[in-house]
Design a protein around this ligand. Structure first.
Ligand code: UD1
Length: 421
């Protein structure tokens, strides 16, 4: 397993180009299963989660070709069974269920693995499929969904923790080929759901209301091939904004959609950093230390849970006491104990982290079992005294395209040590 070694104390400056969104690309790639015609997807990031999804699609029988950021997929004939060996590596494999159910009226997929951020059920996905007249069973670790005919219906997908992003996408994909009209109440409004709906629209689907809490899908007989560019990754962008705030003099992010980042830029600005925001670029002016802020993670357009760990790293050096409350994944605090090992002063009270800013962090060997938590440790390492060794880097590689190279391009001193046992 690779590890990343960060030598703290270098200041960052320059420009970094943000990659295509992982969380958009995954369901969009799965959506290509809805047609037998070829689909061309651009700005697909080079990440291990994307490789897993392409492996699943190939395993299901799709022809997959990849040339740098462009992937061409033709799912002429596909099987409907995705086995454990392939899907266990990534939770988002669950999003092949919707398109397979839509097109073939059946699918069997192993229950997902993936990030260890608490219990991650798929009951809401199944609630949506059932509403469309499908039967759902769990058998030998697999979830099996099938229907004689999919029929449009009204279904509320709001769960105890709010809306579900992949669940909304999954049910939306199945409903594109259902008979009649489906209305998803309590839908997720994340930009990734809108991007998926836009792609499905190019394939011939009739969808209205994506980006709001109520999505209407009028089923069609079949979908056709389409070409699409994935939106910029707002979480990668947010991570670089925090890196710049922590360790930057002046850093510009290019290829961003600034509108998708409002909650994050507001938080960074509340923390005392100056930002110059344009439609597709953002410049952050680092100033060394930040002000405390009080944050609550929420579904979009609220502050994203996927930026919570990185903000904890930033606030661990703020001038005063901050709080960060997690409402989407209340147990998502694996980074806290590791940040404490680097000298951060953080106390967990239920789903709230109380962060007492400290003047210095010190480098240490650390590891985390979650993608964003691992990124937060790299960020903390940028400003820590000495050397931070971030182990289990495969978590970072799941979601950040060349994070080490991009940070080095801004002046960070980072090494990747290959193949540690
Ligand atoms: C997606 C993102 C992930 C992000 C999350 C929340 C992808 C590949 N991943 O994950 O990075 O952190 O949205 O923004 O897009 N829930 C249920 N039942 C369900 C489904 C979810 O109770 O059937 C709960 C979850 O446990 C969680 C909350 O709903 O507490 C939100 O989860 P959800 O939006 O579904 O997350 P994902 O779509 O898996």
């Amino acid at each position: 397993m690779d590890k990343i070694i960060v030598h703290g104390g270098r200041s960052l400056s320059g420009t970094v180009k943000i990659s295509g969104s992982k969380n958009s690309a995954l369901p969009i790639l799965a959506a290509t299963l809805l047609t037998r015609e070829p689909c061309i997807i651009h700005s697909v990031p080079d990440l291990s989660d994307i490789h897993y999804m392409l492996q699943i699609l190939s395993h299901l029988g799709a022809q997959v070709e990849r040339a740098s950021g462009t992937v061409t997929i033709q799912a002429d004939k596909v099987s409907t069974v995705a086995p454990y060996e392939i899907v266990r590596k990534m939770r988002a494999s669950v999003c092949v269920l919707g398109p397979l159910l839509g097109r073939h009226k059946e699918a069997r997929v192993s229950l997902p693995g993936g990030c260890v951020i608490g219990d991650r059920p798929i009951d809401l996905h199944l609630k949506g499929f059932r509403a469309l007249n499908a039967a759902c069973r769990v058998e030998a670790g697999d979830v099996k969904v099938f229907a004689d005919e999919l029929r449009g219906a009204t279904v509320d997908l709001e769960g105890r923790q709010g809306p579900t992003v992949l669940g909304t996408g999954n049910v939306m994909m199945a409903a594109t080929l259902a008979e009649g009209v489906t209305v998803i109440e309590g839908a997720a409004a994340e930009p990734e759901v809108v991007d998926l709906a836009n792609f499905l629209g190019k394939m011939g689907a009739k969808i209205e209301g994506a980006g709001t809490r109520r999505i209407t899908i009028e089923g069609v007989k079949e979908l056709h091939g389409a070409e699409h560019s994935v939106i910029p990754d707002r979480i990668e962008a947010g991570t670089f904004l925090v890196a710049a705030a922590l360790a930057g003099r002046e850093v510009t992010l290019r290829r961003v959609n600034a509108e998708h980042l409002n909650a994050v830029t507001n938080a960074i600005s509340d923390a005392g950093f100056r930002l110059h925001i344009q439609r597709d670029s953002i410049t952050v002016f680092g100033n060394g230390s930040s002000l405390p802020v009080h944050l609550i993670t929420e579904p979009y357009p609220g502050f994203p849970t996927d930026m919570q760990a990185q903000m904890c790293a930033l606030l661990s050096r703020a001038n005063g006491e901050s709080s960060v409350t997690e409402t989407v994944f209340p147990q998502r605090f694996m980074h806290v104990s590791e940040l404490k090992r680097m000298g951060a002063d953080i106390a967990l009270e239920g789903a709230t982290a109380r962060i007492n800013g400290v003047a210095r962090l010190s480098g240490a060997p650390v590891m985390a079992s979650d993608l964003r938590a691992s990124a937060a440790l790299v960020l903390a390492g940028l400003v820590a005294d000495g050397t931070t060794e971030v182990n289990r880097v495969y978590h970072i590689d799941r979601g950040y395209e060349s994070i080490d190279e991009k940070l080095m391009g801004l002046g960070a001193e980072i090494e990747r040590v290959k193949n540690q046992l």
